[in-house]
Design a binder for this molecule. Structure first.
Ligand code: DC
Length: 223
Protein backbone atom coordinates (compact mmCIF):
# COMPACT_ATOMS: atom_id res chain seq x y z
CA UNK A 1 0.00 0.00 0.00
CA UNK A 2 1.24 3.48 -0.85
CA UNK A 3 0.43 6.65 1.07
CA UNK A 4 1.80 9.83 -0.49
CA UNK A 5 2.53 13.14 1.20
CA UNK A 6 3.27 16.14 -0.98
CA UNK A 7 3.46 19.82 -0.14
CA UNK A 8 5.79 22.81 0.03
CA UNK A 9 9.04 22.92 2.00
CA UNK A 10 8.51 23.48 5.72
CA UNK A 11 4.90 22.22 5.84
CA UNK A 12 6.15 19.50 8.19
CA UNK A 13 6.14 16.70 5.61
CA UNK A 14 9.37 14.94 6.58
CA UNK A 15 8.71 14.79 10.30
CA UNK A 16 5.09 13.81 9.78
CA UNK A 17 5.84 11.23 7.07
CA UNK A 18 8.52 9.60 9.22
CA UNK A 19 6.23 9.49 12.27
CA UNK A 20 3.27 8.24 10.23
CA UNK A 21 5.38 5.46 8.70
CA UNK A 22 6.54 4.42 12.15
CA UNK A 23 3.01 4.48 13.54
CA UNK A 24 1.70 2.29 10.71
CA UNK A 25 4.75 0.02 10.39
CA UNK A 26 5.36 1.29 6.82
CA UNK A 27 8.67 2.17 5.13
CA UNK A 28 9.40 5.89 4.84
CA UNK A 29 10.60 7.15 1.46
CA UNK A 30 12.21 10.61 1.56
CA UNK A 31 12.36 11.53 -2.14
CA UNK A 32 13.78 15.03 -1.52
CA UNK A 33 16.84 13.29 -0.08
CA UNK A 34 17.37 11.60 -3.45
CA UNK A 35 17.48 14.92 -5.37
CA UNK A 36 19.74 16.33 -2.69
CA UNK A 37 22.13 13.37 -2.93
CA UNK A 38 22.41 13.62 -6.73
CA UNK A 39 23.23 17.34 -6.48
CA UNK A 40 25.79 16.67 -3.75
CA UNK A 41 27.46 14.03 -5.91
CA UNK A 42 27.58 16.49 -8.83
CA UNK A 43 29.11 19.17 -6.66
CA UNK A 44 31.74 16.81 -5.27
CA UNK A 45 32.71 15.73 -8.78
CA UNK A 46 32.96 19.35 -9.89
CA UNK A 47 30.29 19.26 -12.60
CA UNK A 48 29.64 22.42 -14.56
CA UNK A 49 26.08 23.41 -13.55
CA UNK A 50 25.59 25.02 -16.96
CA UNK A 51 26.04 21.57 -18.52
CA UNK A 52 23.05 19.46 -17.40
CA UNK A 53 24.43 16.43 -19.28
CA UNK A 54 27.35 16.31 -16.83
CA UNK A 55 25.01 15.95 -13.84
CA UNK A 56 22.91 13.37 -15.70
CA UNK A 57 26.11 11.42 -16.33
CA UNK A 58 27.01 11.52 -12.62
CA UNK A 59 23.45 10.51 -11.66
CA UNK A 60 23.48 7.51 -13.98
CA UNK A 61 26.53 6.04 -12.26
CA UNK A 62 25.35 6.53 -8.68
CA UNK A 63 24.28 3.93 -6.18
CA UNK A 64 21.63 5.51 -3.96
CA UNK A 65 20.12 3.78 -0.95
CA UNK A 66 17.62 4.97 1.65
CA UNK A 67 17.95 2.83 4.75
CA UNK A 68 15.71 3.87 7.63
CA UNK A 69 16.68 7.49 8.20
CA UNK A 70 20.01 7.28 6.43
CA UNK A 71 20.89 8.23 2.88
CA UNK A 72 23.78 6.29 1.39
CA UNK A 73 25.59 7.56 -1.67
CA UNK A 74 27.85 4.84 -3.09
CA UNK A 75 27.85 3.36 0.41
CA UNK A 76 28.76 6.59 2.22
CA UNK A 77 26.30 8.02 4.75
CA UNK A 78 25.54 11.54 3.45
CA UNK A 79 22.44 12.15 5.59
CA UNK A 80 23.89 15.30 7.12
CA UNK A 81 25.89 16.54 4.13
CA UNK A 82 22.77 16.75 1.93
CA UNK A 83 21.01 19.09 4.37
CA UNK A 84 23.47 21.97 4.64
CA UNK A 85 22.25 25.31 3.19
CA UNK A 86 24.84 24.92 0.39
CA UNK A 87 23.51 21.48 -0.56
CA UNK A 88 19.93 22.80 -0.36
CA UNK A 89 20.81 25.64 -2.74
CA UNK A 90 22.26 23.37 -5.46
CA UNK A 91 19.53 20.71 -5.24
CA UNK A 92 17.51 22.54 -7.88
CA UNK A 93 20.02 21.47 -10.54
CA UNK A 94 18.95 17.89 -9.91
CA UNK A 95 15.25 18.61 -9.30
CA UNK A 96 14.83 20.74 -12.44
CA UNK A 97 16.34 18.17 -14.79
CA UNK A 98 13.76 15.99 -16.59
CA UNK A 99 16.21 13.14 -17.20
CA UNK A 100 17.22 13.02 -13.54
CA UNK A 101 13.57 13.20 -12.45
CA UNK A 102 12.69 10.27 -14.72
CA UNK A 103 15.53 8.26 -13.27
CA UNK A 104 14.66 9.03 -9.65
CA UNK A 105 10.93 8.43 -10.15
CA UNK A 106 11.78 4.99 -11.63
CA UNK A 107 13.98 4.29 -8.61
CA UNK A 108 11.21 5.41 -6.22
CA UNK A 109 8.83 2.94 -7.86
CA UNK A 110 11.34 0.13 -7.46
CA UNK A 111 11.89 1.07 -3.80
CA UNK A 112 8.12 0.99 -3.16
CA UNK A 113 7.52 -2.35 -4.89
CA UNK A 114 5.71 -4.93 -2.79
CA UNK A 115 6.02 -2.74 0.28
CA UNK A 116 3.83 -0.60 2.45
CA UNK A 117 5.28 2.85 2.01
CA UNK A 118 4.75 6.43 3.16
CA UNK A 119 6.44 8.44 0.42
CA UNK A 120 7.05 12.16 0.66
CA UNK A 121 8.00 14.86 -1.86
CA UNK A 122 6.43 17.23 -4.39
CA UNK A 123 5.18 14.90 -7.14
CA UNK A 124 4.47 11.66 -5.34
CA UNK A 125 0.69 11.68 -5.68
CA UNK A 126 0.76 13.17 -9.19
CA UNK A 127 3.70 11.67 -11.10
CA UNK A 128 5.47 8.93 -9.14
CA UNK A 129 2.41 7.14 -7.69
CA UNK A 130 -0.79 8.41 -9.34
CA UNK A 131 -2.42 5.09 -8.37
CA UNK A 132 -1.57 5.46 -4.64
CA UNK A 133 -4.37 4.36 -2.34
CA UNK A 134 -4.27 7.47 -0.16
CA UNK A 135 -2.77 10.89 -0.86
CA UNK A 136 -2.19 13.89 1.36
CA UNK A 137 -1.20 17.44 0.54
CA UNK A 138 0.26 19.19 3.59
CA UNK A 139 0.36 22.95 3.81
CA UNK A 140 1.12 25.64 6.40
CA UNK A 141 1.31 29.42 6.28
CA UNK A 142 4.61 30.87 4.93
CA UNK A 143 5.41 32.36 8.36
CA UNK A 144 4.89 29.09 10.22
CA UNK A 145 6.94 27.21 7.62
CA UNK A 146 9.78 29.74 7.90
CA UNK A 147 9.76 29.48 11.71
CA UNK A 148 10.06 25.69 11.48
CA UNK A 149 12.87 25.91 8.91
CA UNK A 150 14.72 28.36 11.14
CA UNK A 151 14.41 25.93 14.06
CA UNK A 152 15.86 23.13 11.91
CA UNK A 153 18.75 25.33 10.77
CA UNK A 154 19.57 26.41 14.33
CA UNK A 155 19.60 22.81 15.48
CA UNK A 156 22.17 22.17 12.74
CA UNK A 157 24.27 25.05 14.09
CA UNK A 158 23.47 27.37 11.15
CA UNK A 159 22.46 31.02 11.55
CA UNK A 160 19.85 32.88 9.50
CA UNK A 161 17.14 35.49 10.02
CA UNK A 162 13.41 34.93 9.54
CA UNK A 163 13.54 37.35 6.58
CA UNK A 164 16.30 35.36 4.88
CA UNK A 165 14.46 32.09 5.39
CA UNK A 166 11.18 33.59 4.12
CA UNK A 167 12.89 34.91 1.01
CA UNK A 168 14.68 31.67 0.12
CA UNK A 169 11.46 29.76 0.87
CA UNK A 170 9.53 32.01 -1.52
CA UNK A 171 12.11 31.43 -4.23
CA UNK A 172 11.99 27.67 -3.67
CA UNK A 173 8.17 27.65 -3.73
CA UNK A 174 8.13 29.54 -7.03
CA UNK A 175 10.68 27.19 -8.45
CA UNK A 176 8.97 24.04 -7.21
CA UNK A 177 5.62 25.18 -8.63
CA UNK A 178 7.01 26.37 -11.97
CA UNK A 179 9.06 23.25 -12.78
CA UNK A 180 7.88 21.93 -16.15
CA UNK A 181 8.35 18.29 -15.10
CA UNK A 182 7.14 17.05 -11.70
CA UNK A 183 6.13 20.43 -10.23
CA UNK A 184 4.74 20.79 -6.73
CA UNK A 185 1.05 20.06 -7.24
CA UNK A 186 -1.90 18.69 -5.33
CA UNK A 187 -3.33 15.57 -6.94
CA UNK A 188 -7.08 15.92 -7.57
CA UNK A 189 -7.75 13.04 -5.18
CA UNK A 190 -5.35 14.25 -2.44
CA UNK A 191 -6.67 15.36 0.94
CA UNK A 192 -5.34 18.80 1.87
CA UNK A 193 -4.36 19.26 5.51
CA UNK A 194 -3.15 22.56 6.95
CA UNK A 195 -0.70 21.94 9.78
CA UNK A 196 -0.76 25.49 11.20
CA UNK A 197 -0.84 25.43 14.98
CA UNK A 198 -0.81 21.63 15.17
CA UNK A 199 1.81 19.49 16.87
CA UNK A 200 3.42 16.60 14.97
CA UNK A 201 1.39 14.09 16.98
CA UNK A 202 -1.84 15.92 16.20
CA UNK A 203 -1.07 15.94 12.48
CA UNK A 204 -0.16 12.24 12.51
CA UNK A 205 -3.37 11.40 14.43
CA UNK A 206 -5.37 13.35 11.88
CA UNK A 207 -3.70 11.63 8.90
CA UNK A 208 -4.27 8.19 10.41
CA UNK A 209 -7.93 9.04 10.96
CA UNK A 210 -8.32 10.37 7.39
CA UNK A 211 -6.44 7.38 5.92
CA UNK A 212 -8.69 4.95 7.82
CA UNK A 213 -11.71 6.59 6.25
CA UNK A 214 -10.26 6.02 2.80
CA UNK A 215 -8.52 2.65 2.96
CA UNK A 216 -8.27 -0.41 5.12
CA UNK A 217 -4.83 -0.06 6.66
CA UNK A 218 -2.84 -3.30 6.84
CA UNK A 219 -2.06 -4.67 10.31
CA UNK A 220 1.24 -3.46 11.69
CA UNK A 221 4.04 -5.99 11.17
CA UNK A 222 7.69 -5.82 12.14
CA UNK A 223 9.72 -4.39 9.22
O1 DC B 1 11.82 18.05 0.62
P1 DC B 1 13.23 18.59 0.44
O2 DC B 1 13.37 20.01 0.90
O3 DC B 1 14.28 17.69 1.03
O4 DC B 1 13.46 18.58 -1.15
C1 DC B 1 14.64 19.07 -1.72
C2 DC B 1 14.35 19.69 -3.09
O5 DC B 1 14.01 18.65 -4.01
C3 DC B 1 13.19 20.70 -3.11
O6 DC B 1 13.60 21.94 -3.65
C4 DC B 1 12.17 20.12 -4.02
C5 DC B 1 12.83 18.97 -4.71
N1 DC B 1 11.99 17.78 -4.76
C6 DC B 1 11.36 17.52 -5.94
O7 DC B 1 11.49 18.27 -6.89
N2 DC B 1 10.60 16.38 -6.04
C7 DC B 1 10.45 15.55 -4.99
N3 DC B 1 9.71 14.45 -5.12
C8 DC B 1 11.08 15.84 -3.76
C9 DC B 1 11.85 16.99 -3.68
Amino acid sequence: MILTIDGPAGAGKSTVARALAKRLGFQYLDTGAMYRAVALAGWRRGVDWRRPDELVQVASGLHLELIDDRVLLDGEDVSRAIRTPEATAITRYAADDPAIRARLVALQRVMAQRRNVVTEGRDQGTVAFPEAECKFFLTASPEERARRRLGDLRRQGETATVEEVLESQRQRDDRDAARPVGPLAKAPDAIEVSTDGMTIDEVVDRLVELARRRVELPPKTEP
